[in-house]
Design a protein around this ligand. Sequence first.
Ligand code: PLP
Length: 406
Amino acid sequence: MDYDVQEIRKRFPILSRKIEGKPLIYLDNTATSQTPRSVVDAIVAGYDDFKANVHRGVHTLSQEATELQEECRRRVRDYIGASSVEEVVFTRGTTEAINLVASSFGSLFPQGGEIILTVMEHHANIVPWQLLQSRRPDLKIRVVDINDRGELLLDQYRSLFNENTCMASFCHVSNVLGTVNPVKEMIAFAHSRGVPVLVDGAQAVPHMKVDVSELDCDFYVFSSHKMYGPTGIGVLYGKKEHLLRMPPYQGGGEMIAHVSFESTTFADLPFKFEAGTPDFVGIGAFPKALDFIDEVGMENIAEHEHGLLEYAESRMREIPGMRIFGNAPHKSAVISFLVGDIHHYDMGMLLDKLGVEVRTGHHCAQPLMQRLGISGTVRASFAAYNTKEEVDAFIAALQRVIPILS
Ligand code: PLP
């Protein structure tokens, strides 16, 4: 593979920063990735050259801004293999997209309906369903467990389906364990029982090629900021047949066809779900992040990250007392770990003093922490621009801080 990581790094100005006088080693990519200059330039151009509200004006600037936004929608449609732009709804992120589905699609659930989730979900794919349940106490949430490697118990998953099951919602990739779930089979099984599926793709889309038509999922959600794009925007892909039936999530400008005090009618898809002024500057810049991924090649990125994962894990396993949470054979480049009885916060704070930025805590997955019997982990995660030398520096930093904290 011809992979010039130094060339890639040059596109990310932040990577030349220093932390505590040490070179920045950014290993918190699961929380958010860094942003290439091309995306930042597009954001600046959005303000400098194109800023006008979208879909509202006949004037040139508004038309240009609208065209940028709709160009992004076409790009996202092609990028994820959706069949139409009507199926691509812009949101504030994964979280808002799941809230939209839980609130709107959830309002159509039958009495006594059951929703299947998994124990490895991010809070973003738990709490919206609980909020729905608080309005609809007749609904039940059923939860799929994991095995010791951090893989879903698929037999249990299948056994949870019954005549009341009305929804299954699970992550494509766990943000803690890195497990890549066999979502295609899980979706096919749900469909064989007539159950629609939402896939939380926040941790998948930045690291692998995703084709929603091939997966045949009903909903697929993700955030731009985790895939080298701007903050504050995300995507809800939904099958048109569902989106057409769903009531609006929020009301306001742009989502209406006609408003009167007697009755209001709603705009066509996807605008019915896009109330108010969107982050059109961010949306306009998002295609530059997709360009970056395409230029480097998603397969190359995946191979590079996988190499770093294997190398880092093999070196980490040499450290006495090391416990890695998530050992599925099919795993993304996320390593959650603890060493002996060192507290994850202490470890994170000392690593920061050495320039190594890792995440510590429950990673918005408290039910999973409870399942693992721990309060949190340290988590290192890789992206296209991380290097083997950074892994070495990370391991050296671990070797320095462990004796201090033990
Ligand atoms: N789902 C998963 C699996 C995640 O990892 C995250 C963020 O870490 C989210 C949902 C929430 O994403 P956002 O905060 O961008 O809405």
